[in-house]
Design a protein around this ligand. Structure first.
Ligand code: GDP
Length: 195
């Protein structure tokens, strides 16, 4: 319990986070081929040292890492539904996650529809909780193959009551922003619980 967090701290630059004691479980959800593995590779740092098409080494399903968001450390355990598109597996992840990155590819309308289905399943499985979710339109570098407009993505996120971002894992564009956004949402929820 982090109930002693407060503004009375005498030295403002020595605030120590308690986030790292309790890792946040962030789940990557989405249809096959939308970029979940690519996201996991960037998260784990593997994308810096290898070709993005060659992510065999980061195939393990669970990764833990401390990241810094707004000057405060947070530990994320990233759960990738990689290689596991079965409904049951995704539902297990849905039950155990604290927050979700719901990915689709802007070049694949069926993956956008799949994201909507997953959002509905999430709501059914976790009805009472306000679960942080970001709808992520990946592959925004592939402008000429775009099938889902930015506006459609934004509108869908508004309907589904979640945040929205477009990313390119290939260009490493906005991927960390998505992770940082999910940590900010988790903190908002944490702080409103503490209050
Ligand atoms: P997963 O099935 O959701 O894990 O998808 P992957 O991460 O394996 O990605 C599927 C394919 O799309 C791979 O060939 C990736 O290199 C490619 N890919 C992933 N993200 C992007 C992106 O942002 N832009 C482009 N151009 N290709 C991407």
């Amino acid at each position: 319990g982090g109930s002693s967090r407060g503004s009375w701290s005498s030295s403002s630059d020595s605030v120590i986070s308690t986030d790292s004691v309790n890792p946040y479980r962030v789940v990557l959800l989405g249809a096959g081929g939308v970029g979940k593995t690519a996201f996991a590779c960037i998260f784990s740092g593997a994308a810096d040292s290898m070709d993005s098409d060659d992510c065999e080494l980061c195939g393990e399903e669970l990764r833990e890492k401390e990241i810094h968001v707004d000057g405060e450390a947070a530990t994320i355990t990233l759960l990738d539904t990689w290689d596991n598109d079965g409904e049951c597996a995704q539902e297990c992840y849905m039950q155990s996650g604290d927050a979700f990155l719901l990915l689709y590819s802007i070049t694949d309308r069926s993956s956008f529809l799949r994201a909507s289905e997953l959002r509905i399943t999430l709501r059914r499985l976790r009805p009472a909780q306000h679960t942080p979710i970001i709808l992520v339109g990946n592959k925004c570098d592939l402008v000429r193959r775009r099938q889902v407009s930015t506006n459609e993505g934004r509108t869908c996120a508004a309907i589904f009551d979640c945040k929205f971002i477009e990313t390119s894992a290939a260009m490493q564009h906005n991927v960390w922003e998505a992770f940082h956004g999910i940590v900010r949402q988790l903190r908002l929820r944490r702080d409103s619980k503490d209050a």
